[in-house]
Design a protein around this ligand. Structure first.
Ligand SMILES: CC(C)(COP(=O)(O)OP(=O)(O)OC[C@H]1O[C@@H](n2cnc3c(N)ncnc32)[C@H](O)[C@@H]1OP(=O)(O)O)[C@@H](O)C(=O)NCCC(=O)NCCS
Length: 187
């Protein structure tokens, strides 16, 4: 079983046994404003968790979706993942979500750094990227703190759900190369 360790968290495969903790934030509109999917119903949350378990059974997985569990107390406070762009396994995308009760304490930055380390050092990826709604200041800030570079600001690039409406919205694209990551001293 793949398990990543950070100073304050353990990242381990997300699965159906995580329903209560997962649903406690994925069902909350404020938590899901900038997520393309959601807020979850019990059925959609269970369906997603079952898919995660199946993804983990692939060898090697194309999608690595982790539960973020606090070392202190064992609460699961969020989930984060690394998603291969295709079968060549040279580039991948990141995604994340944290229970709003735990926002602004550096947890997302901490787990994104662990995902970059995993992607570049263990999976030998060439490039890792992530996108966010340009109004999602917290997500953009996480990527900057984790050492990713804003490579694009696409105007009205996506028509999708924001809060309770569907609309065209701007997106920031962030990326980092393996060679840049390996050369960094603050990783
Ligand atoms: C995005 C998210 C994962 C960030 O998690 P987090 O653990 O709070 O992130 P961190 O504490 O590591 O960093 C957040 C940073 O954003 C800053 N921030 C948050 N809201 C902000 C705001 N409204 N204005 C300015 N800065 C803001 C924080 O101050 C912090 O930066 P700092 O350390 O320089 O002060 C969390 O907000 C979340 O789960 N949001 C809902 C799901 C989501 O949007 N997922 C991403 C979809 S792309």
């Amino acid at each position: 079983m793949i398990r990543l360790e950070t100073e304050r968290m353990i990242l381990r495969p997300l699965g159906t046994g995580d329903f209560d903790a997962f649903y406690s934030y994925r069902s909350v509109p404020e938590n899901m404003t900038y997520m393309i999917f959601g807020p979850d119903t019990p059925e959609s949350a269970k369906g997603f968790l079952a898919m995660c378990e199946n993804w983990w059974k692939e060898d090697p997985p194309k999608i690595y979706e982790f539960a973020a569990v606090l070392r202190d107390g064992g609460n699961m406070i969020g989930n984060c993942g690394l998603y291969m762009d295709d079968e060549k396994r040279v580039t991948a995308m990141l995604g994340w979500c944290i229970h709003r009760d735990y926002w602004n304490r550096g947890y997302a930055t901490e787990f994104v750094k662990a995902l970059l380390k995993f992607g570049f050092e263990d999976l030998n990826l060439h490039r890792i990227h992530a996108e966010c709604n340009a109004d999602n200041i917290a997500s953009a800030r996480v990527m900057e703190k984790a050492g990713m570079r804003r490579e694009g600001h696409f105007i009205k690039n996506r028509f999708d759900r924001v809060g309770d409406k569907k609309m065209w919205y701007d997106e920031f694209f962030y990326g980092i190369l393996q060679e840049e990551y390996l050369a960094r001293k603050d990783k």
